[in-house]
Design a protein around this ligand. Structure first.
Ligand SMILES: [Zn+2]
Length: 316
């Protein structure tokens, strides 16, 4: 009997731990999706010289999939535009109220002296996808309306994994790919996908314990250290922090496919929304490092699909 009770206690706590990971609702609630779409329209009209709405498809339930592209009017002499990509609510119940306010903060910073303005003046660009999974966001579910986990639906070639079975991920990946071609010529340099609720920043690989090549790992750690300083969080791979190895995550895709510095930001339950100024600080410091260390004009474009292009020491 005693053993049975011990067994029941242990199995219940294991189940609770598993549930925390599998069902990590953020406890933070935002406006309805239509209001977020409207807010993006306001930014476009307030910052007409910089901000452009791009609708890239419809969700399973027919909601508009929308991103905001922020860059100066294309400078013809520039063949590439280093791009920072931020997305949120890939898991619809992990909304942090950071990913839908950050674009406005960045746009505001573009009007004053500082790294954001320098970055844009040098041809840099931002892509904001505040709500990647609008059906999940509205229904307050982790998955999309087909019950699929959109952070398990991205191609990861070295894992032999084929994703993009869902319309939300497929449409976004195809649009980003199109934007890397003429006339936009964006080059995806860094990506952050906002999630909840571990209080950590995670970098590739997700799918394996094998570490990144040393220079790539060092570059990811340097950006993570800036985040740690600004936001008082830990960092590591998904396995380091969460103890499992999911296949098909955004960060593995962006790193594998574009050679980007790729992160999953795991916010904190019920409180991450209080830290917007610190998120802005992290972005500004990171952008300052990019601007200081590598004038983009001097950089050569890399073909898509190659690994390890960030290992060239261009940034740090
Ligand atoms: Zn998540």
């Amino acid at each position: 009997m005693k053993f049975l009770i011990i067994f029941l206690c242990v199995s219940t706590s294991l189940f609770a731990a598993f549930e925390t990971v599998a069902d990590s609702d953020s406890g933070i609630f935002g406006p309805n999706y239509a209001s977020i779409l409207k807010k993006m329209e306001t930014w476009q009209s307030q910052y007409g010289d910089l901000a452009k709405i791009i609708d890239y498809g419809k969700s399973v339930r027919g909601r508009t999939l929308r991103m905001l592209l922020v860059m100066k009017q294309r400078q013809q002499e520039m063949s590439i535009h280093p791009t920072l990509l931020m997305s949120g609510s890939t898991h619809g119940d992990e909304y942090l109220n950071i990913e839908d306010r950050l674009p406005e903060e960045i746009l505001r910073k573009s009007r004053n002296d500082g790294p954001v303005r320098d970055f844009l003046n040098q041809g840099g660009a931002f892509i904001f996808v505040p709500i990647l999974n609008p059906d999940g966001y509205e229904a307050r579910t982790r998955e999309n309306a087909n019950g699929e986990d959109l952070n398990r639906d991205w191609d990861v070639t070295p894992a032999g994994f084929k994703g993009f079975r869902e319309i939300e991920t497929k449409s976004l990946a195809e649009k980003i790919q199109a934007l890397t071609q003429s006339p936009y010529n964006l080059r995806i340099e860094m990506t952050v996908d906002y999630h909840c609720c571990v209080g950590a920043i995670l970098y590739p690989w997700s799918y394996t314990k094998a570490p990144l090549p040393p220079l790539d790992l060092a570059a990811h750690i340097q950006v993570s250290e800036i985040a740690k300083e600004a936001l008082d969080i830990g960092h590591g791979t998904t396995n380091d922090i969460l103890g499992y190895m999911p296949v098909g995550t955004t960060k593995d895709y962006y790193y594998d496919h574009y050679g980007a510095l790729s992160f999953t930001f795991e916010g904190r339950y019920e409180s991450e929304n209080m830290l917007l100024p610190k998120h802005v600080q992290w972005w500004e410091k990171t952008i300052a490092k990019i601007v200081d260390n590598a004038p983009f004009q001097a950089r050569t474009p890399n073909p898509v699909g190659q690994f390890f292009r960030i290992a060239t020491g261009r940034w740090f």
